[in-house]
Design a protein around this ligand. Structure first.
Ligand code: FES
Length: 273
């Protein structure tokens, strides 16, 4: 049995010949870099825009600005004067820290952005010049271990966004009286919520919370129940990467829809009203 050390692994990766792996391994990091890059650019723009995040007549509130907070922060900026800080800036701390510390995202952005490693069995272009890899045992990456706490906060957001879905069934008529209705926005919000829920509760931390820390799954009724739940949520977990992708895209689409309807660029089509 060969023994591997951090140094021998580094050496091994550095010595792999470029082009040794001949399948299309590069499509995954490249597509992640493109889609994630577009998402970050769009969300950053929307985060600072602080406008067009609500369509009151259709009960739509952008997931980037949810929940609507009853307070606001202002800062006095040189040249610009008194300015309100966009609430999306501090609201997004929770979902973004949850995603950036997610085990799937870590793998994806280590490969797509840091090229460390690019993929399994692929030479690392800068392996020799890179500072010694310390993994997630030292700063800064050890901080990613707060993921379980980010999960608790993200789970609360699932309930908040679920409430927003209910509000999306409240559509006002021409005289401003609210009725039960279903619009395209309602459907987009439902899909977005389902995808976010599937992503959040497919989290490894959630699986550990419900199924970890026990040596016997069959000993008590509680441990048997926990095992059953663990099995069910493990099904979500087995497709965690797909949930991560789809929920990221659906958040962008939900916000874009609210943005465009709010600007008057497109109407909110009502299917049932
Ligand atoms: S591991 Fe991906 S959300 Fe927790």
């Amino acid at each position: 049995m060969p023994s591997y050390t951090a140094e021998s692994r580094e050496e091994g990766r550095a010595r792999l010949p470029i082009g040794a792996r001949t399948d299309n391994w590069w499509t995954a990091p490249l597509s992640f870099a493109i889609v994630f890059g577009l998402f970050v650019v769009y969300v950053t723009y929307r985060m600072f825009e602080n406008a067009h995040y609500e369509v009151h007549a259709s009960g739509l509130l952008s997931p980037l600005y949810s929940p609507l907070l009853p307070f606001k922060f202002e800062v006095n900026l040189p040249l610009l004067g008194q300015k309100m800080i966009s609430p999306a800036i501090y609201i997004l701390i929770v979902p973004m820290s949850f995603r950036m510390s997610c085990y799937y995202y870590r793998k994806a952005y280590y490969r797509a952005l840091f090229q460390d490693p690019l993929a399994c069995g692929v030479a690392e272009p800068m392996a020799k010049s890179r500072m010694r890899y310390t993994g997630e045992r030292a700063l800064p990456f050890v901080a990613l271990n707060f993921h379980r706490y980010a999960f608790y906060a993200a789970a609360i957001f699932i309930f908040i966004l679920g409430y927003d879905v209910l509000l999306a069934f409240r559509i006002e008529d021409a005289s401003g009286v609210p009725h039960f209705g279903i619009g395209v926005g309602t459907l987009i919000f439902i899909v977005n919520w389902v995808l976010l829920t599937g992503y959040t509760f497919g989290c490894h931390s959630w699986r550990h919370l419900i199924g970890g820390g026990t040596d016997c799954y069959s000993c008590t009724a509680i441990s048997r129940t926990r095992y059953g739940l663990w099995q069910k949520f493990s099904l979500l977990n087995s497709k965690h990467a797909q949930w991560a992708w789809l929920s990221m895209i659906s958040v962008g689409i939900a916000d874009l829809y609210v943005n465009l309807v709010s600007r008057g660029t497109i109407p909110d089509l009502h299917i049932l009203f």
